[in-house]
Structures are given as C-alpha cells and as structure tokens.
Ligand binder design. Structure first.
Ligand code: ZN
Length: 422
C-alpha cells in the first residue's frame, strides 16, 4: 500500500464532529445563502464564505501546478452539436438545461461537463507524443438541471464550480496518471483534514445510458483495477455508478448525518478520444489515439465546502478559516494597537478581525470569535512589552511571543496548509 495514500475509514458515530447540517452552519457563520429571486440551487457566497472558497481554489490550483498540470479557461456555453458529438446529448440530456435558441439553426447549451471543451482544446493543433501526458486543468463552471425538490444548500446545486482536469496520455501512461491523481487527492485530503470513507470502483449497469463498445470498457476497467491493486487500496464495486463514457474510481466521504457521497473521482476514458477523433503523432511518425483520464481532486467546490463545514463543525483548518486571527483589545486604549495589528496581518496575507469593546464583554467576544483558529487579547501588558499571547482554538495558550514572531508563526502554518495549529 502506498504510504502516500490513506486507508479509508468509516467514522463511528461518536467520532464524528458536531453533527451539524452545513446549511445551518453556513447560515450561522454567514458564509452563503440563497434568494428566491435568484432561484433554488443557485447559492451566493458572502464575504466570509467567499474567503473559504477562494482559499480552497487557490490551494488546488497551486497543488495542480506543482504536479505538472497546465490551467486553461473555456466558455460555459457550447453549441448543441458539441454535445451530440460528445455523447452527452444522447446519454445525459435529462440532466441538461434546455438549449438557448439563438435564432435560425443555432442552439447554445449550458455545459453539463468540461470534457468536450477540453477535447477541443487538445485537438486545436497537432500534438506530439513528446507533449504527453498533457495534464489540462480548469476550475470551471458547469450546470445541471436538477429538479427543485432535490436541491439543498451547497450539496445539490444547479450551478457547479468544478475542480476538473483531463490528462491526455498514451495507453501505457494511463495507470501512472491514475495513480498520480489518487496521490494528489490524498495530499489534498490531508491538508483539508478529510478522511475518505471508502474507494468505489464504479462500473456500468443495465440500461442504455452507457456508451457501447464493451472492449473499451474492459480496457478502462483493467487500468483502474490494476492501480487499485498496486496501491493495495481496499475498494468496493458500484454497479450502475460509472460515467456514461467510462468506469471510475470514486472517493467517498460520509457527511454529518451519515450519508455517503462522492467527493473526488478518477476516470479512464477510451470513448471520448474516439468520438472527438483525438490523436497524437507517435515516435514512429504515425497517428495514435490518446486516452483521457478525467479526474477531480476536490470535486465541486460547493460540495467540498459543504463537507468541510460539516466535518469540522465550522472550525476550518487555519488556511481555510474566514477569520484566521481574532484580535480582542481589552479596552479603548488598545484599539489603535489592535487596528495596527490587523494591518500587519493584511501585509502577511492573513485574515484578521478586530472585535472591539463595543461588541460586549471580553467573555462574550471570546465566544463570538470561537471558530477562528487563533485569538489574541491585547491588554496593557502586551502593549508595554510588544508581545502577543496567542490562544489556540483547541484551548492551548502559548507563552507571549514578540508580535512579528507570533504572526509569522501563523503565516507559516497557513502557507504550509497544515491542520496543526501550532
Ligand atoms: Zn471530464
């Protein structure tokens, strides 16, 4: 078993953090909301929620960049013909919004996935085997026409920000790319303090929603099974859970109520490269068909934040926390110093909030600041000797430190994306 991938764990009910619903936590913490005039399944992000989301997106972006991914942008719309070519129109239409009529023959479709656009970007010019594996990534928006009855909070939405990537590679490279993607997922989970409940090998089931060509399914499944075996990862088969174009490894997590859902996924696809007639020029000078590995490290940003909220009961790891350092001046005499401290935090790219005496007694302010991982009370002593006495969210109190040292200690941990507070 790879030491870079964690064994799945099904949390016992007692181990679970506060069994709070992410919708309630999101409301209480002022992270996101919905408005009937915008519509259900279309949440908006308030400043604190947007700070969490942006931190997550920046983290994934940097993680992917270090792993050799190249980021692209592609539009959220495409012509209906694009989805006829990809197979979405035939196999996935009931999850898509009705096309926009542009007059004449033209119909535009809000995309239900990013794959077709990425296939077009790959074939926008001739590709050599030397460019492979070509790891193309995008944090892009996509849309799913869910019925309003099934929508709720961030876990089922109609507008989805997906952390997506497609690796175009030779058939021989596919297994290593699947393995690399699973290791990337494991690294992200460690930083987020998330533990998978199980790995699921999602296979096709009965019914016509899957693309035909059994030999392509067998080849793709063989790659996934081989990687799972090499890594020694225990997994269960999920019949009827595959994508319409190929089998996948789904990384499952359990929410506060014990419900399981898929957060991350790795898929091997021999089908869409055929549909899009993708090819690369091999060392032999001939044209060859690449394989597409579809993978998502944190899945949709909405579902990832919902899971993080429930998993941590609103007490995010420091790098994700909307307020990283809560500054509490004891009285009006310390307010100027508190504002200066918040200014230094800004320079260090840390999010600080000053909770002044107008917000109530010190005890009330300490309770109000509770989800913040770090808290500093500024009294006359701290003002006199230029130190900071940090209190950590887990109850620990650090000895007074020079202000610069205390702040750089926090900034270092935030930059390292560690779940340990000190
Ligand atoms: Zn895809």
């Amino acid at each position: 078993m790879s030491d870079r991938i964690d064994r799945p764990e099904r949390p016992e009910p007692a181990d679970r953090p506060a069994p709070a619903d992410h919708r309630r936590l999101g409301r209480e913490l002022g992270l996101f909301g919905t408005d009937p005039l915008i519509g259900s399944g279309l949440p908006y992000w308030l400043p604190d929620g947007a700070a969490v989301r942006r931190s997550l997106e920046d983290f994934v972006h940097a993680l992917e960049r270090r792993a050799g991914y190249r980021h692209v942008y592609s539009p959220v719309l495409g012509k209906r013909e694009l989805y006829e070519l990809s197979g979405h129109w035939a196999h996935y239409r009931e999850d898509m919004f009705p096309p926009l009529e542009m007059g004449g023959e033209e119909q535009l479709v809000l995309r239900p996935s990013l794959c077709p656009h990425h296939a077009l970007l790959f074939r926008s010019r001739s590709r050599s085997y030397r460019e492979l594996p070509f790891r193309m990534a995008e944090l892009g928006d996509m849309y799913r026409s869910e019925r309003s009855g099934v929508l709720g909070g961030l876990s089922r939405v109609r507008a989805i920000r997906l952390n997506d990537a497609h690796v175009f590679c030779t058939p021989e490279q596919a297994a290593a790319e699947v393995r690399g993607a699973l290791e990337l997922i494991a690294a992200a989970y460690r930083a987020m303090g998330v533990v998978p409940s199980r790995y699921r090998l999602s296979l096709p089931g009965p019914g016509g929603k899957y693309a035909a060509r059994p030999e392509l399914w067998e080849r793709a499944t063989a790659v996934l099974v081989r990687v799972l075996a090499e890594l020694g990862l225990p997994y269960e088969e999920g019949v009827g859970e595959a994508a319409f174009y190929g089998p996948k490894i789904d990384v499952q997590v359990v929410d506060a109520a014990g419900r399981e859902s898929t957060l991350s996924t790795v898929q091997v696809d021999f089908h869409q490269p055929e549909r899009f007639d993708l090819h690369y020029v091999g060392a032999d000078g001939a044209r060859h068909r690449p394989v597409m590995v579809h993978r998502s490290v944190v899945g949709s940003v909405e579902r990832a934040v919902a899971h993080l909220l429930e998993r941590h009961g609103g007490a995010f790891p420091a790098w994700l926390a909307p307020v990283q350092l809560a500054v509490l001046p004891l009285g009006p005499e310390q307010e100027e110093r508190a504002a200066a401290l918040a200014g230094r935090c800004l320079e260090l790219d840390l999010r600080a909030e000053v909770l002044g005496a107008e917000r109530g007694s010190l005890g009330a302010r300490v309770r109000a600041a509770r989800p913040a991982p770090y808290l500093a009370v500024l009294g006359p002593r701290e003002a006199a000797d230029g130190t900071l006495s940090l209190r950590l969210r887990d109850g620990r109190r650090l000895d007074p430190l020079p202000v610069g040292e205390a702040l750089s200690g926090i900034a270092e941990r935030v930059r390292a994306h560690t779940v340990e507070l000190w």
